[in-house]
Write a new protein. Structure first.
Length: 520
């Protein structure tokens, strides 16, 4: 679209949290003209620090920020520890237990959101998005039943308007635009309130769980305990809504009382003190009611991230849903801008896939909030929720997959689960001959496994570095994960890329490069 006035865009994005910056970047990466309006000045505080592997190992590489994330000194999260349900003692999971899906990438990060969100927003600007901080959207412009732009104010309070082919609302849970698209429906089940702050000097769980999230249920709700640096831990009590007045009046007293009712969180915090300075030096209260809009799209406008829906934070799915929905919306917008596939079909694909991912988490949470079950029951429920996709998967693997953010199959980067599972089984019974076979397969695909740089060049940066590091460390003994890596490389080399799956009748599939839809 040619624009000489500076007020016409292909896409206007409202809000620069993870959903908005991810969406804006993915559309700008296809050479479209994108304006992003963010009310605050970054870095700013935000809750939602515990991330999932799906965000770190699929979205971040696509955004091209893996290296920056790796160098940001965030805490590695290998899984979670739960004191939950009928089990008197804590039980845990590790992401790597999802069979070989994550392989050597079986981790995510606990992030300081002020820094994480800032990395994403700066990246959007680097990729060509016109990012304007301190700009607040005050309403949308509608013509003939279609949203065609927004009105906004700058930091001096001056009023502006801009027009675009599409407007995306990623302004989070306080959105006012979502009511133009549909009605927000609140869950009758998940209506809690969260009181949280940050502690200095808390203990860490023993390896490999030092960076894992700890969730402990107690008689008035549950706690999260999230290490966000060597020094600082994010601690939150999610309790029934009748506590809200007391919490607001005396947050410190309420927090002390709640901690006193736990066993494990109390022990981890025995020598810790609440942080009193800077952005981490206060108590905050958030209603965390779960909700979902009746529609995610209307002509000219799309809702992504918390603006569309939110589900209870116990599985830390917020940023995953925000960034994954952003990818889905970006595909739809790019496809509308670049092809003649009808708009309705493109946005239908976005909405169906997003609802499916949200629905899987929501459905599983219903069972998870039943404290009369034990860990095995929860695993079985996860299996039930996902069984339509994966009949032969072990129950605990289904659980880990669900809480890793990959319950939706059909994604090229999530979909080759069966192949990966087989690779792991093969790797266990592997011998040097097997490695030789893999080398031959890899060579046949045009890559010499021993030539680490050549292999790495064909892969994304994180994967490439892992390959280089691991191959460099291979001696006579070949560890399982190297074999698995070798097999993965071989699969990539032979097939080009894992296959995409159509999820719905007449549905579209992700195209090469992941940023648009195409016919199946
Ligand atoms: P946001 O992060 O809310 O970003 C929206 C942006 O829009 C903001 O920067 C805001 O300034 C801007 N904005 C708002 N209005 C306007 C306007 N009118 N004009 C311009 N800009 C505007 N998620 C996890 O992944 N892990 C967790 O551990 C986790 N814990 C949580 C705990 C609690 C108690 C709660 C309530 C949530 C938790 N979440 C967690 C969820 C997570 O916080 C959100 O899902 C995530 O931040 C959503 O990202 P978003 O980009 O959609 O919205």
């Amino acid at each position: 679209m040619t624009d000489t006035s500076g007020t016409e865009f292909d896409l206007i994005v409202v809000g620069g949290g993870p959903a908005g910056s991810t969406l804006a970047t993915f559309v700008a990466m296809r050479d479209h003209k994108v304006l992003l309006l963010e009310r605050d000045r970054f870095p700013r505080h935000q809750i939602g620090e515990s991330l999932l592997p799906s965000t770190i190992h699929t979205i971040c590489p696509l955004l091209g920020i893996s290296e920056e994330i790796e160098n940001a000194n965030f805490v590695r999260k290998h899984g979670g520890i739960f004191r939950w349900g009928k089990n008197a003692e804590p039980w845990y999971f590790q992401f790597k237990d999802a069979n070989s899906l994550w392989g050597p990438w079986g981790y995510a990060y606990q992030v300081r959101r002020a820094e994480f969100d800032d990395i994403l927003l700066r990246n959007a600007a680097k990729k060509g998005v016109d990012v304007r901080q301190g700009h607040t959207v005050t309403g949308v412009i509608e013509e003939d039943g279609r949203v065609v732009g927004v009105r906004f104010t700058d930091e001096q309070g001056r009023e502006h308007a801009a027009r675009a082919r599409f407007v995306a609302d990623s302004s989070g849970n306080t959105t006012r635009i979502s009511e133009k698209v549909g009605k927000r429906e609140y869950s009758k089940l998940f209506r809690n309130v969260a009181l949280y702050t940050y502690f200095k000097g808390a203990k860490r769980s023993p390896a490999p769980h030092a960076g894992s999230i700890v969730c402990e249920a107690f008689d008035e709700g549950w706690f999260w305990f999230i290490p966000i640096s060597d020094e600082l831990t994010s601690v939150g009590a999610v309790v029934f809504r009748e506590h809200i007045d007391k919490i607001k009046q005396e947050p410190h007293a309420a927090m002390t009382r709640f901690i006193g009712k736990t066993r494990f969180v109390k022990d981890l915090l025995a020598d810790a003190k609440p942080e009193t300075e800077g952005i981490y030096g206060e108590y905050r209260v958030r209603r965390d009611w779960s909700y979902c809009n009746t529609r995610f799209t209307a002509p000219g406008v799309v809702l992504v991230g918390d603006a569309a829906c939110f589900v209870d934070p116990v599985f830390s799915t917020g940023v995953h849903l925000a960034t994954y929905s952003a990818l889905l919306a970006a595909r739809s917008i790019n496809t509308c801008l670049d092809t003649d596939i009808p708009e309705e079909r493109c946005f239908n694909e976005f909405e169906m896939r997003y609802r499916r991912e949200f629905g899987n988490v929501y459905q599983f949470l219903i069972a998870f909030y039943n404290q009369h079950l034990n860990s095995r029951d929860y695993f079985e429920h996860a299996h039930g929720v996902l069984s339509a996709d994966m009949q032969e998967e072990a129950a605990n693997q289904a659980f880990v997959r669900l809480v890793s953010g990959v319950s939706t199959t059909g994604e090229p980067f999530h979909s080759d689960f069966q192949g990966m599972a087989k690779a792991k089984a093969d790797a266990y019974s592997a011998s040097k001959e097997y490695l030789t076979a893999v080398k031959i397969a890899t060579l046949r695909g045009g890559h010499a496994l021993t030539d680490a740089d050549k292999v790495a060049a064909t892969l994304d940066d994180t994967l490439g570095r892992s390959v280089r590091d691991r191959i460099a460390s291979v001696g006579d003994f070949v560890p399982d994960d190297v074999l698995q890596l070798a097999k993965t490389v071989a699969i990539h080399a032979e097939t080009g890329r894992p296959t995409s799956r159509q999820l719905f009748v007449d549905g579209l599939v992700p195209g090469e490069g992941e940023l648009h839809w195409q016919e199946a």
